[in-house]
Design a protein around this ligand. Structure first.
Ligand code: GLA
Length: 438
């Protein structure tokens, strides 16, 4: 085991990757970065196995759940996400060849990208990474060759932002190793632009923002109109966040997400407005005249719910908060039409369990069309609630959902925890390494 990764209990399997987390059905799994993410350890071990020596840098970023404020980040709304304690980790070492060697724990060999090629999208997960590197090159960063290895505990395509974790962790490495510093908001926008222009996903600003700005034990209230934000502390009696992964994979790139954006935009155009902000009080009769009234109804009602949810969070009003989550789900199902039968089944099951069985509320989270439900439940009832949901869901759909609990975690971080002697000497490029975190 690598000297700067502390041993942890409950070592994960090697199946994880920028792929799915180890399947441990029927058990409540904690992600672990509260102590140590399993991905960090697997990533360093994978690096050593692949390249035969230790990495010099370790960059890691969390997945996220959005408590409420769905599909309104691209509509100038407010969102209330938090980072989860599942992480994607990337280990790196500078090499003196003009190549990027890229290894992930799902592969036996590293993929090679020449720094001398003009990079084009390949239509796979490497686009997120190569797209960010290309964006740094386009901004005049000073490139050098790299060995990279990555591992992840964040399930892919589950609406937990594994892509933003990938973008933000490589961006942090680029800032250090390609010597091009960005302020956090610039970094968020660079990563979002990569999704738009290189990957082809016209996402909003929420995922990259929470992955970059997250603070342990806090939610992030992000105003997507002016990108201002506020960290909202999680009260000590906050219920447990239970995340239920339907294992129905979404593919937002395939068009439905982009269509929702266009439909919202078409409504704004019909209204002769440039923003949804300020449209909150619009009469429902006016909404009916729009090209997509149901979409507009969702945007306006979700904006109001998100601000009400912040109030409930601060007051500790869990039942009222839970109701807002159910209302948000109903709106996403009926008006925005981004849910699916598996998500609906879980939310209905949570609702019928109710507060007397320890359930405060729940809703689909993320882009939708599959992926995860986030639920607020009483800590002592988690195992029982999960067991009931899994067996009922299995009977209905032929497989159980994965379930894990998470606490609000910290955002993207980069470390250079190498032996001390390395810190005193310039590297082969004449740069003096720095220890970034104690
Ligand atoms: C995806 C996008 C986000 C956001 C959500 C829906 O996760 O990347 O920008 O639009 O869907 O809230």
């Amino acid at each position: 085991m690598h000297s700067w990764i502390k041993p942890i209990a409950n070592h994960g399997s090697d199946e994880g990757s920028h792929g799915s987390a180890p399947a441990q059905q029927g058990r409540v799994m904690t992600g672990g970065f509260g102590n140590q993410s399993q991905a960090l350890q697997r990533c360093v071990e994978g690096f050593i196995r692949q390249y035969g020596h230790e990495p010099e840098w370790l960059s890691h970023a969390p997945g996220r759940v959005n408590l409420i404020g769905e599909h309104i980040d691209y509509n100038d709304g407010w969102v209330l996400p938090t980072a989860i304690d599942r992480r994607l980790a990337m280990a790196a070492r500078v090499i003196d060849r003009p190549e990027i060697l890229l290894h992930s724990e799902q592969q036996t060999h590293a993929r090679i990208f020449s720094l001398e090629d003009a990079w084009q999208p390949k239509g796979d997960w490497t686009d997120y990474l190569i797209g960010v590197m290309k964006a740094f090159l386009d901004r005049g960063a000073r490139p050098c060759g790299l060995e990279l290895s990555l591992a992840s505990d964040i399930p892919v395509g589950a609406g937990l932002s594994s892509s933003a974790a990938l973008e933000c962790s490589i961006a942090s490495l680029m800032e250090e190793l390609w010597e091009h510093r960005l302020d956090p908001v610039e970094k968020v926008i660079l990563c979002q632009q990569v999704e738009h222009a290189f990957v082809g996903m016209p996402c909003g600003i929420m995922d990259q923002s929470i992955v970059t700005l997250a603070k342990k034990n806090h939610f992030l209230l992000l105003d997507c109109m002016d990108r201002s934000h506020q960290h909202i502390a999680v009260p000590s009696n906050f219920p447990t966040l239970l995340i239920l992964d339907t294992k129905v994979k979404h593919a937002l790139v395939e068009g439905a997400y982009a269509r929702r954006r266009q439909e919202c935009h078409a409504c704004l155009e019909a209204l002769g407005r440039s923003s949804w902000r300020g449209a909150e009080d619009m009469a429902s009769t006016k909404l009916e005249s729009l090209p997509y009234p149901a979409r507009a109804r969702h945007v306006i009602s979700e904006m109001a719910r998100t601000l009400q949810a912040v109030d409930c969070l601060q007051k500790g009003a869990w039942e009222a908060l839970g109701d807002l989550l159910y209302q948000s789900h109903a709106s996403l199902r009926n008006d925005f039409e981004v849910s699916c039968p598996e998500l609906d089944w879980l939310v209905e099951a949570l609702q019928s369990l109710g507060p007397s069985a320890g359930v405060w509320g729940g809703r689909m989270t993320g882009g939708g069309f599959g992926g995860c439900v986030v639920a607020l439940v009483e800590p002592l009832q988690v195992e029982r609630i999960l067991g009931r949901l899994q067996s009922g869901f299995h009977a209905q759909f032929g497989h159980p959902p994965d379930g894990f609990v998470s606490t609000p975690a910290s955002g993207c971080q980069i470390e250079r925890p190498g032996p001390l002697h390395r810190l005193d000497h310039p590297d082969r490029f004449g740069r003096t390494p720095r220890r970034l975190s104690p």
